[in-house]
Design a protein around this ligand. Sequence first.
Ligand code: PBG
Length: 324
Amino acid sequence: MNSRPRRLRRTPVVRAMIREHAVRVDALVMPMFVVARESDAGPISSMPGISRLTLEQAVAEARELYALGVRSVLLFGIPDRKDAVASSNYDPNGIVQRTIAAIKAAVPQMYVIADLCNCEYTDHGHCGIVDEHGDVDNDKTVDLLVRTALTYAQAGVDVIAPSDMMDGRVEALRRSLDARGYTAVTIMAYSAKYASAFYGPFREAADSTPQFGDRRTYQMDPPNAREAMREISLDIEEGADVVMVKPALPYLDIVRMARDTFDVPIAVYNVSGEYSMVQAAIERGWLERDRTIDELLVSFVRAGADIIITYFAKEYAQRAATRG
Ligand code: PBG
């Protein structure tokens, strides 16, 4: 036998020496839910360990995360009023705008990303303007997104992350941001975002379940892979700085395909349902906590992701800190 791969697995030292991939805490992004109304704050039952935060709590959390080495947060707002046109989303004094400003004032180096979508702000729960046939109107929705994005930019956001899946929004955003002098505001596009069952817990957290129909006319059909490459290439042409694949675990083939096809940074979103299923199994004693989380996170790196958005970010960083 001339090949004995086990030789290189004999001790922790040699295993560490030849290890091909590692999770960097500074590549992690922690999502945060921030409420306009204090009574909406508190634990999210389907996401053990994750809470909806008041603005003050969000600032405190940002400080703590930064100290732990998590240098980026992704903000979601839970407004105190909803209507058909998501007007609480483009309110310059809205919850996301105020949170951006407060975090940037308290922790200036924190890289603040704002999710840009309308579903948390519309009374019907869809990601855009619904027309008389019940369809989401693409171009009117893009105008709305631009309007909101400019208020986020004004508040000092570092990155805008459109998650609506409307066509042409990246180009419209880039053009309007540049025209107002916000050339430094970065666009991280949710490019290959699938119509996934794994967003279930998020919709409880963000109170954004569609009141009729579903999101299949704008989010991607799960069996499609080539189409994901097309969505990503369009977003790059339109000016996206970073592209995203979402969810993560069931779409690691898409991450790998994107990594081999494009040379822009790729983000992956380890979504709410992926978090909740792991937490549920850990709670039942069916999976071992630390090893499971480590194995999950490194799978994203191995698949080719540069940026990992995960509800495990804080916990992982805490453990990395105690490991030394
Ligand atoms: C907003 C948005 C969603 C998520 C991120 N941005 C929900 C959806 O599209 O229904 C999901 C995040 C998660 O599940 O953790 N459109």
